[in-house]
Every structure is written in C-alpha cells, then in structure tokens.
Design a protein around this ligand. Sequence first.
Ligand SMILES: Nc1ncnc2c1ncn2[C@@H]1O[C@H](COP(=O)(O)OP(=O)(O)OP(=O)(O)O)[C@@H](O)[C@H]1O
Ligand SMILES: [Mg+2]
Length: 252
Amino acid sequence: MGTIASYHHKGGVGKTTTAVALAAHAAASGCRTLLWDLDPQGAATRLVAADRGLDGGIERLILDGGVLADGARPTPQEGLELIPADPSLRTLDRHVVDDGDRLRAAVAGSRDRYDTVVLDCPPSVSATAAAVLRAADLVVVPLTAGPLAWSAYADLYAEVDAMTAEHRPEVLAFLTMVDRRKRLHRDLVDVEDDPPEGFSTVTVPTDSRVERMAIEPHPLRAVLTGRAGRAYAQLWEEVAALLAGVDAPPAR
Ligand SMILES: Nc1ncnc2c1ncn2[C@@H]1O[C@H](COP(=O)(O)OP(=O)(O)OP(=O)(O)O)[C@@H](O)[C@H]1O
Ligand SMILES: [Mg+2]
C-alpha cells in the first residue's frame, strides 16, 4: 500500500484537485483506493459527489481504534472510496498534538483493504499538516506557475524536512494551472527539461473543465480526461512508479 498526501501550506494552489485526480486515476488503474478528506471545508467530498459527515466524528477513526473502512463510503467511481469531511476535523490538531502518529497508525491499520490512500490536507503549517506528512510515503506538492515557483518549492521542501524529523516521505512537486499563452509560464515550463530533484516534468494546464467540476454531473471526468486529465494521468504514472520504487516512465 502507498499513502500519498497532497500538501502545500498555501491555500488555493490545487491540492484538492490533485488529491481527487490522483485518487481517481489510481482507482481507474485498478488500485483499491481511499480518498480521505481531512479539510473541514469539504471540497474533495463535494468533488466526488458525496455528503459530508462521519458517524462518531474523526475521534472514532483515530482515537477509538476504528478502521478507516468504518468511515469510508463508496463513490460514483468504481474502486474509489471516500472518508468525507466532517466538522469534527476542527479538533484534529488537538488530537495529533497529543500523538503525532495517530493518523499514520490509522492509515497503517487499513493496509490490507486499500492499495492506495490519498490524503487531502487543509492549507496550513499545523500539527495536522505535520501528522499528514508523517503518515505519507509520498508528498505531492502542486505549485502554481509563477515567478516564485522554484523558491516556493525550496521553502516547502525545507518545511517538509523539518516537520517530519525521523520519518521523511518522498516529495514530488509539479507546476499546475499553467497557461502557455503567458510568456512567464512558458519560460518556467521550458526550464523544466532539467528540473530540480523531486520536481516532476509533468505540468497541469489551466483547464476550464476543472474549474467547473463542482457543478458537473460527472465531476471526475475533468481530471480523468481532457487536457488536465491527460496531465494527471502522467502524474499518476510517476507517483505509482515512485511508490513502487521504480523509475517513472518518461512524460509524453
Ligand atoms: N488545472 C486547473 N485548471 C483550472 N482551474 C484549476 C485547476 N486546478 C485547480 N483549479 C481551480 O483552482 C481553485 C483551487 O483549487 P483547489 O481547491 O484544488 O486548491 P486547494 O489548494 O485545495 O485550495 P484550499 O487551500 O482552499 O484547500 C479551484 O477553483 C479549482 O477548480
Ligand atoms: Mg483544498
């Protein structure tokens, strides 16, 4: 089993879209997949067309020894289950301050049931974020294309390093919401022929279908097909290869 966290301390950079996209591609490729919405805003829950709310709240899953499957529900996508967002997630910081390995233990307890677990993290530098990073084998970091993308990556890498002292996950960053009509974006993407270590050559384009996902009858199509969907398919291949400890296939 591999655990992927979609993380960035900043808001609105594409974490949830990435978590949902990777979970959808994992399930489509035959992996038994769990997407855990850890953000009380519940954007991932909305995007997979599920209702919020967890019986017994987050406490049941991380304190009472419940297995994650107790909180999971099916989604319209075959092979993909979701633990929806719940208001009790606001207490998660408090619980993981007591024991930073609670999330990690909860995920490990579901090793037999899922091949892939994807964690959608709220935007913060917090005890919750640190616990999410400690639970992850791989942290996927969406960076919005812009002049500060490389320095944002360096800052983030240092942050992951500091938060995960003795358990360091792999980090894979990539550029998203790239608009090739903008010279700044083209220049940034073209530098990527020789990306820094831990940086994917995959770039996810700006795609209006992704923006409309929340109001579409089949929201996952926007990240499974089309321009953004093809990029996310490549990113999933790279992620799967990293989790399997093998070289990723070259980006097409
Ligand atoms: N490739 C894309 N093309 C167009 N819009 C995108 C793309 N990726 C993400 N977006 C849009 O950008 C906004 C922010 O994306 P998302 O919710 O995934 O970010 P986030 O980092 O999870 O935000 P938050 O910090 O609030 O949790 C959303 O409106 C989303 O639809
Ligand atoms: Mg989000």
